[in-house]
Design a protein. Structure first.
Length: 444
């Protein structure tokens, strides 16, 4: 049955530091995944759109170590086009590289944009095409046996805005950001969109806490998973199989922690390409968790599966179990120069090299730079305080000692003690590349 929700009186809270509000964290990934699988085997879980053989594979019963999951295309180079029929906003060549239904931000275009990524520079990741939805008629339906009496609640945008408004500054990053470097730097064969480092953007998001909306809808103590689903078109893989609309479950502990139903980005209503009128924002997690154009949320007393946490967004390959890793959650650590690839630099003058570093595990506390391919290193100047879910901008001054080719390297260390490695362990779908990127320039 449908039940109206009466949100609390509208007021605003701003969160600028970790731990200021709820601090419940999701359980360890591996144990969470094992528990879900045990529940499935006992008939206590449901898999929406996932074949039984795929779940058995997760238990290593099918022996698919090193296999490339179906439906992914071979790694391809950058697209030459500057527009995409599936993206609404303009994609000028100096800001974006268009990659099929996606648009990657050129990092050099961020050099003078400040801490936040302007919406017009923000990367676009679409499985199909951007839907243009009417905010006045849009609704969000909450349903499932994790709600009291299995009731269904339907909310409009005005209802969402009556909940306490919270702002969070956080980056959103595709799990495949940096994928191309598995091939170009390490010689690994991977599949998927050939992102360099521009499938990331940082904004201040404003919206309602998902926890407040869930509790108002009648969340029970039996709920274990929360699965948002988008309103974009069904995703059809290469063999013609429709996987339905993009959806991916969150453990209820994460849903109650820091997740937003966001309707503003950098002080403006969301644009169509970024999830208008409402999207999910899951700070520090892989971008697929931050479902755009959310239309319904299932709250389940059983573990949930979808293709986006079974076939996709796990790590497969020789270094991982036959059924793959646990579903990906937290993002990894990266650094990028705000400089064009193979940029020509005048060897007679001193240059100010700038860039950004970020991590899903905590703020970046140190960045070391090399201008000689890694032979020597020195600390960069940091221009921002370390922030959970944020990035730091950094700089150094450099005059090339002579004309010729050079490799610039940036290596970040975060508050959790992680430092970017020289090499990332490969996985077949090319997720979570975190190695130091070797950025070529030419002194002329």
């Amino acid at each position: 049955m449908k039940s109206p929700v009466k949100p609390p009186a509208k007021h605003t809270a701003v969160e600028t530091a970790p731990g200021r509000h709820a601090s419940r964290l999701p359980p360890a990934e591996a144990e969470y995944d094992r528990r879900r699988l045990r529940q499935w085997l006992a008939g206590e879980a449901r898999a929406d759109g996932v074949a039984r053989r795929d779940l058995l594979r997760l238990l290593a019963a099918a022996g698919l170590a090193g296999a490339v999951p179906a439906g992914l295309t071979a790694l391809a180079g950058p697209a030459a086009a500057a527009t995409s029929p599936g993206i609404v906003k303009p994609l000028p060549d100096e800001w974006f590289t268009v990659r099929g239904t996606n648009a990657e931000t050129r990092f050099e275009s961020l050099a003078d944009t400040g801490y936040h990524t302007p919406a017009d520079h923000f990367f676009v990741r679409n499985h199909t095409a951007t839907p243009v939805l009417d905010a006045d008629t849009w609704t969000l339906t909450l349903h499932g046996d994790g709600l009291a009496h299995g009731r269904e609640t339907v909310l409009g945008l005005a209802d969402i805005k009556r909940f306490r408004a919270v702002t969070r500054t956080a980056f959103v990053e595709c799990a495949g950001n940096g994928r191309s470097f598995y091939t170009t730097q390490q010689g690994d064969t991977v599949t998927g969109t050939a992102w360099t480092l521009g499938a990331v953007g940082l904004a201040t998001w404003r919206g309602a806490r998902l926890s407040d909306v869930l509790r108002a809808a009648g969340l029970t103590r039996h709920a274990v998973d929360v699965m948002p689903r988008g309103l974009d078109a069904d995703y059809v893989i290469a063999d013609g199989t429709s996987l339905g609309r993009v959806r991916r479950p969150l453990p209820v502990a994460k849903a109650l922690d820091d997740v937003l139903l966001a309707y503003e980005m950098n002080g403006e209503p969301l644009g169509p390409d970024h999830g208008a009128p409402v999207r999910v924002l899951v700070p520090s997690w892989v971008g697929i968790a931050s479902v755009k154009w959310v239309g319904d949320i299932e709250v389940s007393a059983q573990p949930l599966y979808s293709p986006w946490n079974t076939d996709f967004y796990r790590l497969f390959g020789d270094a991982y179990p036959p059924g793959g890793s646990a579903p990906l959650t937290g993002q990894t650590l990266k650094s990028a120069f705000e400089l064009a690839w193979d940029a020509p630099l005048d060897s007679t003058v001193r240059h100010r090299l700038t860039g950004r570093s970020w991590s899903g595990a905590g703020g970046v506390v140190r960045v070391d730079l090399s201008t000689d391919g890694g032979s020597t290193w020195h600390k960069a100047r940091l221009h921002d305080a370390p922030r959970r879910s944020g990035w730091v901008r950094w700089s150094t001054d450099w005059r090339p000692p002579a004309p010729g080719p050079y490799e610039l390297l940036a290596r970040a260390t975060d508050a959790a003690g992680r430092t970017q490695p020289d090499v990332t362990v490969p996985n077949t779908q090319g997720y979570l590349f975190d190695a130091v990127v070797r950025h070529p320039v030419r002194a002329v």
